[in-house]
Ligand binder design. Structure first.
Ligand code: CUA
Length: 338
């Protein structure tokens, strides 16, 4: 009778433990909205680990609390405890069970890793370039560069990630994907966005003064909307001011500089409003015409460094990246803001 009761209690406790683990697996949802195929796999693995950890935690802590209550010293009991040494079956159990758990987790994790890194047949290639302090996304097929990432939903993507200066880390939390952007090296990351929406893109590696501003967004949209975006990006508005505003955003100026007209609030580099204000600009413009000064500052940022700002933060390759006609529009636009 006593034996039957023990077996029933043991069964009930086991059922309770696994029930709790299952409940955690099925209900606890700690990761952000899942917007890529790989994120679904990783999320399931994460919840499996959390559920397993719950069973182990409850078992260990439960036994601990039980032992503390059940075997505590009774009033008037001043004797020594019974010396116990060794229990072979118990030792086999507490070695085998964790070993099995670790093997299961290892095999499952390896499966998730290989499945989420599986190369697609015909992926959209996006080159991701990190630099202090903005992301650039280059679409080689369309010959287009953008500060904002756009992706068609359901289309496999291969990111080719690198950096032009220090180590950055390309991170899209909603894709559950993160990969270092290392200078002189191209790292790839494959995935398929499977949910339309706008999600943040961040830098996950402390990369300097503007690290926290190295934020942009990914727009996951229908194939038609994506193609429309490509067309809108490869052309410019006819109005030079509007065109300048577009270029200011396209080349990432807003990542580091403030400019009221463009709604930019960067503080890494000098503000671009009021360059012509008396007593302000001439101090560092050294007698140059405003337009010539702006142009020189874009092409050779180290030529004249505004006091109070460090030299060498602004990329020196804008001369190669901005076509001459676009540079003229951008300089004209900045002149117009003064
Ligand atoms: Cu780039 Cu932090």
């Amino acid at each position: 009778m006593v034996k039957l009761r023990r077996i029933l209690v043991l069964l009930a406790v086991t059922a309770g433990l696994f029930g709790a683990g299952w409940w955690v697996y099925a209900n606890v949802n700690l990761l952000p909205t899942l917007a890529s195929t790989r994120s679904v796999l990783v999320d399931r693995l994460f919840r499996f680990l959390l559920g397993t950890a719950t069973v182990v935690f409850l078992l260990v802590e439960g036994l601990l609390v039980y032992a503390v209550l059940r075997f505590r010293r009774k009033p008037g009991d001043g004797g020594e405890g019974r010396p116990i040494h060794g229990n072979t079956p118990l030792e086999i159990v507490w070695t085998l069970v964790p070993a099995v758990i670790v093997v299961v987790i290892a095999v499952y994790s390896f499966q998730v890793l290989t499945r989420s890194e599986l190369a697609a047949d015909d992926p959209l290639v996006v080159e991701v370039i990190g630099r202090q302090f903005a992301w650039e996304f280059h679409y080689p097929e369309a010959g287009l560069s953008s500060q904002e990432l756009h992706l068609p939903v359901g289309q496999p993507v291969r990111f080719e990630i690198t950096s032009e200066d220090v180590i950055h880390s390309f991170w899209v939390p909603n894709f559950l994907a993160k990969r270092d952007a290392t200078p002189g090296q191209i790292s790839t990351l494959v995935m398929t966005p499977n949910e339309e929406g706008i999600f943040p893109v961040r830098c996950a590696e402390l990369c300097g003064a503007g690290h926290a501003t190295m934020v942009t967004q990914v727009v996951v949209e229908t194939e038609a909307a994506f193609q429309g975006w490509i067309i809108s990006q490869t052309s410019l508005p006819a109005d030079p001011i509007e065109a300048g505003r577009v270029l200011f955003a396209r080349y990432g100026c807003s990542g580091c500089h403030a400019l009221a007209d463009a709604g930019a609030k960067g503080v890494v580099g000098p503000a671009l409003d009021g360059l012509a204000a008396p007593g302000n600009a001439p101090a560092f413009r050294q007698g140059m015409e405003l337009g010539a000064y702006v142009k020189e500052s874009i092409l050779k940022p180290s030529a004249i460094v505004v006091p109070g700002f460090p030299d060498g933060l602004m990329p020196k390759d804008f001369g190669q990246r901005i076509p001459a006609n676009e540079l003229a529009i951008l300089v004209g636009y900045l002149e117009e803001q003064q």
